[in-house]
Design a protein around this ligand. Structure first.
Ligand code: ADP
Length: 186
């Protein structure tokens, strides 16, 4: 099963992706986590990515696509994966299609977690107090939401046209939301 998770910052994507990938028995691949691991490790990729992340902007496709290509070529992805935070641009959609086509694969489902915007800002500001993430400041959060609306929200139409999109209400308790996601995938 090859699944893509979408949703605005603060929708609970990371939390749900973790729970759902465990339930499905496939690896959870979060581009945000991969970038943060590189930032923490002080790699060249991390140093490059941090400039963009701290401004709430997307890391350039040239960097992001190669990182994902390497990760999904890993043996643990042979039977499937759950992608969290990728693709985020129309160009990344095409790139992912091409990567998968090389081995005769394709995406099976795209889950969009939907939330009310006021709720997301509140959640992110709350998380900002404990996350230690340098991109969890009010100004950067607002920019991340804008970038999502401009560059990533249009992807739902692309996947809807392919008949792959399922929209899941992301409001409510964590367990309620994961039950909804799993029901939508089964
Ligand atoms: P969020 O909660 O904002 O969705 P993520 O942890 O998924 O946070 O991503 C954090 C940052 O990592 C993004 O704001 C962006 O700079 C970078 N990033 C993650 N995924 C991508 C991607 N697919 N393309 C470009 N940049 C990305």
């Amino acid at each position: 099963m090859r699944v893509v998770f979408m949703g605005p910052p603060g929708a609970g994507k990371g939390t749900q992706a973790q729970l759902v990938s465990t339930a499905l028995g496939v690896p959870h691949i979060s581009t945000g986590d991969l970038f943060r691991a590189n930032v923490g490790g002080g790699t060249a990729l991390g140093i490059e990515a941090k400039r963009y992340m701290d401004a709430g902007e997307y890391v350039p496709d040239s960097v992001t696509n190669e990182m994902v290509r390497d990760r999904i070529a890993n043996a643990d992805c042979a039977a499937g994966f759950l992608l969290d935070g990728y693709p985020r641009t129309v160009e990344q959609v095409a790139e992912l299609d091409a990567m998968l086509a090389e081995s005769g694969q394709q995406i099976d489902r795209v889950v969009e977690l939907t939330v009310v915007t006021d709720e997301v800002v509140g959640r992110l500001l709350l998380r900002a107090q404990t996350s230690g993430r340098s991109d969890d400041t009010e100004e950067v959060i607002r920019r991340r939401l804008e970038v999502y609306a401009e560059q990533t929200a249009p992807l739902t139409a692309v996947y809807r046209d392919r008949g792959l999109l399922v929209q899941v209400d992301g409001m409510g308790e964590i367990d309620e939301v994961s039950a909804r996601v799993l029901a939508a995938l089964r």
